[in-house]
Design a protein around this ligand. Sequence first.
Ligand code: ADP
Ligand code: ZN
Length: 615
Amino acid sequence: MHDRAEPDRNAHDILRVVKETWGFDTLRPMQERAIRAALAERDSLVVMPTGGGKSLCYQVPPLLNDRPTVVVSPLISLMKDQADALKQVGYPAAALHSGLTPTQRQRVYQDIRENRLRLLLISPERLLSSGGGGIALLRQMNITTIAIDEAHCISQWGHDFRPEYRRLRELREEILPGAGVVLHAFTATATPQVQRDIIEQLALNNPEVLVGRFDRPNLVYRILPQVHREQQVCEAIERHANEATIVYCISRRDTESLASTLASRGYKAAAYHAGMDSHDRHRIQEAFANESLDVVVATVAFGMGIDRSNVRCVVHAAMPKTIEHYQQETGRAGRDGLSAECVMLYSAADAIRWESLIARSAENAPDPVAVIDAQTRLLQQMKKLCMTQTCRHKQLSEYFGQEYTQPNCGACDVCLQEVEGMEDASVNAQKILSCVARVGQAFGVGHVVDVLQGAKTQRIEQLGHNSLSTYGLMSDTGKKPLTAMVYQLIDMGYLDRTQDDRPTLKLNAESWRVMRGELKVHMFQPKKKLRRRAGTEEVTMEGVDEGLFEALRVWRKGLAAERGVPPYVVFHDKTLRVIAREKPTHIEQLRAIPGIGERRLTELGNAVLEVVRNA
Ligand code: ADP
Ligand code: ZN
């Protein structure tokens, strides 16, 4: 039955299924080509940024041809969410993972035996393990199409290499010989090197290679000098009050102290890191997913399990280690295509911290010098991104190898002209540098700042530094902004900081030129009050009845709790926005709204109409 190629489907058939099931009126260009490749039983590699719509590419074909598909995915929670979301739209799918109870697992096996599934999501370990019977499952389901999600995990050049992915090619070569297996690889990682590696490692056969635009126009990027960290974080959260924000910190301790500061100021915030026990971690993931928690303050450990599509803000309270990390973490904002803000608070102190973390982590590596070299290079790129006043969308696109030609993106701090030059930067620099000279180039940032502020510390008194001419010279500048200035000077090379156990500020040739007035210094400071800005959105808030939108959110949250799924799985925010704008009064109007398929129309249509009527 599977040895013949399927007849070419016309666009009409594809769109009908998409409309019926998901309620979408159009396909994105890449999606249509990926779906056509699958229907033509041709291998493919699809590279699309997070939120680009990869899942539809492998979910649609099994509804049109006779080939159920196995999806290999390394992330259990994403798998689980996807299976839940598919159930909501009446799509026969299941996920096999370690989180299932024995009863749930038996039910999936039974569905497989009785040929009831079109899609099975499974982890690579389970699929390839001899005990797990993964291969037997494939035979039972008559599987000949395999979609591999997060395919960059197969490449050593990627940032998330997983050795078990290497064995996936065995599926075609050894385990299912002669079955005419078709492989589709999906990833959000765009570097050409990783793409080539995926094709080679999976031995893709004349694949259709589809590489999407890497830029995320709905994200507003802000990379700002860190002046007063807590305050800047609070302001970012405020710009998205009652919505979801993720705040990333470097260390576990940072997450805990920042989370408790935020909680004490009345935000629904909690810390999350790998040092917490799995029960607590799970509780926080759930609370965030079901919208009872707004803010998660996390280390990089948070995210692998998070698919809340309506995250409206991602804050980096410190500079991340690499642009790859930055891209991945900011990628968790605005997955629903609606506008979201990504704000990074950057300080040279972060770079210094990373340098010592890199050195420490390399200690046990077989070739420490090579490790430090490679990681330092990535860190330099990250620093450059922070320091360069060029469009952020452009810089990111180009880093990942794509041209960006738009002259003004309208969605980054640079294009929005939100960073100001500091007026008396050169004078401030001279004051700071002279103070470093006066204390004999023998002290660190903290002490120099204290002296400039005119602080009354015991140390200052003991050393007699209160009689220096620079004592209290900058008492009008806040302590945090002043500290930020010192780090900016270090960053720009006007001041050195030793890299030993007791880091000390030292003057260099540039410092003297600044002090003699031969060099002008430019320092940056963020505008006083940043406004909420919108990126390019698929559906804007224009004309949306905000009261009704909130009422719909409340209704959705209740329904989701009843069904034991996250709210975004019931309906996307985008769909709620359109409802709150169109205010439909009968079912036919509701049918026309994107994101409402037939199943949900029947099940929930009247309830939605009632919310609209009562609002
Ligand atoms: P990815 O896996 O690439 O990160 P998803 O498959 O999760 O992306 O899709 C991202 C979002 O885009 C989801 O909210 C999904 O419902 C939406 N989406 C996907 N395809 C379409 C489409 N053709 N029309 C409208 N929305 C779409
Ligand atoms: Zn820009």
